[in-house]
Design a protein around this ligand. Sequence first.
Ligand SMILES: O=C(O)C(=O)C[C@]1(C(=O)O)C=C[C@@H](O)C=C1
Length: 158
Amino acid sequence: RDDVAQLLSLQKTRLDVAAPVARSKWNSHAPIDDPAREQAILDDVAARAQQIGLDAPWARRFFQDQFDAGKLVQRDLHRQWTVVHRPPFADPPDLAREVRPVLDRLTPELLAALARLDGRWCDPAVKGALDELAPAILGADYAPAVRDKAIGALRCAK
Ligand SMILES: O=C(O)C(=O)C[C@]1(C(=O)O)C=C[C@@H](O)C=C1
């Protein structure tokens, strides 16, 4: 249960970075989707996963889900700001120097949390903890669609 809580908290911390990314891109007009950046993270994830004995294709899928969940958050914010004709932010965060390093620090922490759970997604205790804690930890601030996207790879496949 503690391992699940820790994983979900790290996922929440990563999702919380979507808002500063969105503010930076609102000012710079950079597209929300950055496939080259995603590819670079996924290649790093696959290499690190192998080193710690995690299934690399599965780890990629998990991180793709984290990108997609974050992009739902970014798009929703941009939609709201478009509706109200929001002017540029006065003090936007610097994407490369301030925001992406936060995401990069979370990558090995997330992988370690995943490795601790060791693929036990069908273990009743893990399933129960996920069902109970995902709404509490992720659902506190994020819509069900965001939460479900973020935990897609953690669901028992049986
Ligand atoms: O770094 C960015 O530009 C982001 O928008 C963040 C992020 C991510 O979650 O890591 C999400 C979407 C982009 O396609 C690339 C990466």
